[in-house]
Design a protein around this ligand. Structure first.
Ligand SMILES: [Ca+2]
Ligand SMILES: [Ca+2]
Ligand SMILES: [Ca+2]
Length: 234
């Protein structure tokens, strides 16, 4: 073989840089359509799961937050009522809030001072529960707020007078205290029969206030009952 023929043979046998890569190299360098489809499906499942988890945790947070607000409001309102009643006189109470029925309305007068050692009392005040203006007492949720026959806690100064002042302190009071139903029996075992969602009972100088507030939180009826006893000073 001549030198020229030898070079031609060598060039012919050398691999060309323009040749296609081997199948294995082609597979490692990209994704097939099937692989892409599977990857997208897995990604969709993962992202969907994350979205659901975030939504679930937001929903649980809002539920607990609303429950906390209900509890906080209930305690705050009962404490405020107790502060009004603590300086009142048992002799000013009407109707007499005695067991086993107690009373869902209480008229009282707060002591404003004394004259010659005798307490002086201020204007007549009243705590009572009244059916919410958008409800009817018919066992139906008329206003669509998730509560049935809910009541308001109302404070009135000089009730019945032309200069009467009225203020709604709370909404969403339960018609009956938690655990109680209208059946002439003490269902919740607190010594009172068929007591309302706002209840006053006087034993000696000890006045006990009970109140059940409720709210519809994420479609679930949630109740909170607060009870406190105060010794009446006059
Ligand atoms: Ca309602
Ligand atoms: Ca009871
Ligand atoms: Ca009952």
């Amino acid at each position: 073989m001549s030198f020229l023929n030898y070079q031609r043979a060598r060039l012919a046998s050398a691999p060309s840089s323009m040749e296609s890569p081997s199948p294995s190299l082609r597979k490692r360098g990209g994704f097939t359509l099937l692989e892409l489809a599977v990857s997208m499906a897995i990604l969709g499942v993962v992202v969907g799961g994350l979205v659901m988890a975030v939504r679930g945790s937001n929903s649980a947070f809002q539920y607990e937050n609303s429950r906390g607000s209900l509890a906080q409001n209930s305690h705050r309102i009962v404490s405020r009522m107790a502060s009004y009643l603590a300086s009142s006189g048992t002799g000013t109470f009407a109707p007499a809030p005695v067991g086993p029925l107690g009373s869902q309305t209480l008229d009282f007068r707060r002591c404003t001072g004394s004259a010659g050692g005798v307490p002086v009392f201020g204007p007549l005040e009243r705590f009572t529960m009244q059916l919410d203006a958008s409800e009817a007492a018919d066992g139906i949720d008329n206003d669509g707020d998730g509560l049935v026959d809910e009541n308001d806690l109302v404070w009135i100064e000089n009730p019945g007078d032309a200069d009467a002042r009225t203020s709604i302190w709370a909404t969403g009071l339960s018609p009956f205290l938690a655990g109680e139903t209208d059946n002439d029996a003490d269902d919740n075992g607190n010594g009172l029969v068929d007591e309302a969602g706002l209840s006053f009972v006087l034993e000696g100088e000890l006045l006990t206030l009970r109140m059940t507030m409720q709210a519809s939180i994420q479609g679930q009826l949630t109740q909170r009952t607060v009870e406190t006893s105060i010794r009446i000073q006059n």
